[in-house]
Design a protein around this ligand. Structure first.
Ligand code: PLP
Length: 397
């Protein structure tokens, strides 16, 4: 909840992580690329090392980049503030952030409860047992019954990739009891949704997506209370994965324009969703603001807008038509990833979610012909024209 005297979100997004600029005499964040730091006072350096290695703050020297970097720390503090969290930890990818979060949770218990669908590789990481953890897949209404004595974490993703289904965070938090709930809020960003306000313990982003926003950074970030983020930073210090300062700089650079980008892309996605629904060559458009697609009434409460990712199928289910349609697009780029300035499209069953077991994929609503569209900042008329000409090329009917 925003405090009545506090600047509004968009204002804070412009200024976070810049509080010391006047005293530094700078107008843009300084970038510190040092991989190591001088330690002339060895005892002081040893004290700082002891602090950093368990995920605490530096005590003087930063010692070594894997342990701490001021440019990354600046972005982390900014993102944490926007999420309403005490702290955040940034990583070289969303999957690195999830891995460290899972390993930190393992000290509480090696069992995870998770709701499908979620990003394909996250599903794979949990299902494969690669980290020596087990998972119970469930629905948002059955989280409570899936919790075991050794459950260390509950994981949900909302909106979910790629079906854009919404999960009721507060409902899941209530069922989880004392078990921390991690929310992947990549599709929403703090502009549209702040899971901590719904009781989540941790919020994670593939910062590669909207936070970066320009398709040129691979990064992840997880935010939450000091104690939980400290444990995650402890894992990060030991296993590596701290986000490179150039990536951190680019992410921090993106925060002031985040609201503008999200709102503009969302407006365009809303227009396209309506046009797709009204076209008989298209079937099963999924977008939370369409009639019947938000049965729990989460839009306007948990989430302030439907976002800019939607999915749909061609009415003609011929797989050859799907391939021809994607190949015929001229403006929209066929590519995985999302949240960039330009519009991207991909069939999750063939690419991002191919690592998910086929039955599980189907049960989660990821049909083989589903196309996920991440709407960018182009004019909606040009995007619609491109979709239409591709439909005409393939003779979809
Ligand atoms: N979470 C979601 C919702 C994603 O869409 C992705 C990637 O597409 C990830 C996590 C993984 O992030 P990264 O690709 O940055 O490792």
């Amino acid at each position: 909840m925003e405090h009545p005297m506090e600047p509004h979100f968009a204002t804070r997004a412009v200024h976070v992580g810049r509080e010391d600029f006047a005293s530094l005499g700078v107008h843009a964040p300084p970038i510190d690329l040092s991989s190591t730091y001088p330690t002339p006072d060895l005892d002081a350096a040893a004290r700082s090392f002891d602090s950093l290695v368990v995920g605490d703050q530096p005590q003087g020297s930063f010692v070594y980049q894997r342990l701490f970097n001021p440019t990354t720390d600046r972005f982390e503090r900014g993102l944490a503030a926007l999420e309403g969290a005490e702290d955040a930890a940034a990583f070289g990818s969303g999957m690195a952030a999830l891995t460290a979060t899972l390993l930190a949770a393992k000290s509480r218990g090696a069992h995870v409860v998770a709701v499908r669908p979620m990003y394909g590789t996250a599903d794979h990481l949990l299902t494969s047992g690669l980290l020596g953890m087990t998972v119970t897949w469930t629905t948002q209404d059955a989280v409570g019954t899936a919790i075991q004595a050794d459950t260390g974490l509950v994981i949900i993703e909302t909106p979910a990739n790629p079906t854009i289904a919404l999960v009721d965070i507060a409902h899941v938090v209530r069922q989880a009891g004392a078990v921390p709930v991690l929310v992947d809020s990549t599709f929403a960003t703090p502009v549209l949704q702040r899971p901590m306000e719904q009781g989540a313990a941790l919020v994670i982003h593939s910062a590669t997506k909207f936070l970066g926003g320009h398709g040129d950074v691979l990064a992840g970030v997880v935010a939450g209370a000091h104690a939980l983020v400290r444990d995650i930073k402890h894992v990060r210090a030991a296993t590596g994965g701290l986000l490179h300062p150039m990536g951190s700089y680019l992410l921090h650079r993106g925060l002031p324009t985040l609201s503008v980008r999200i709102e503009r892309a969302q407006a365009t996605a809303g227009v396209l969703a309506q046009q797709l629904v009204g076209d008989d060559r298209i079937a099963e458009v999924r977008y939370p603001s369409l009639p019947g697609q938000d049965p729990r009434g989460l839009l306007g409460t948990q989430m302030h807008g439907a976002g800019s990712v939607l999915s749909f199928q061609l009415a003609d289910r011929d797989p050859a038509k799907l391939r021809a349609f994607v190949a015929a697009l001229r403006l929209i780029t066929p590519a995985v990833s999302l949240g960039s300035t330009d519009t991207l499209i991909q069939p999750p069953a063939l690419l991002t979610h191919r690592v998910v077991n086929e039955d599980a994929r189907r049960a989660a609503g990821i049909a083989s012909g589903l196309l996920r569209l991440s709407v960018g900042l182009e004019d909606s008329r040009d995007l619609w024209r491109d979709l239409e000409q591709a439909l005409e090329v393939v003779g979809a009917h």
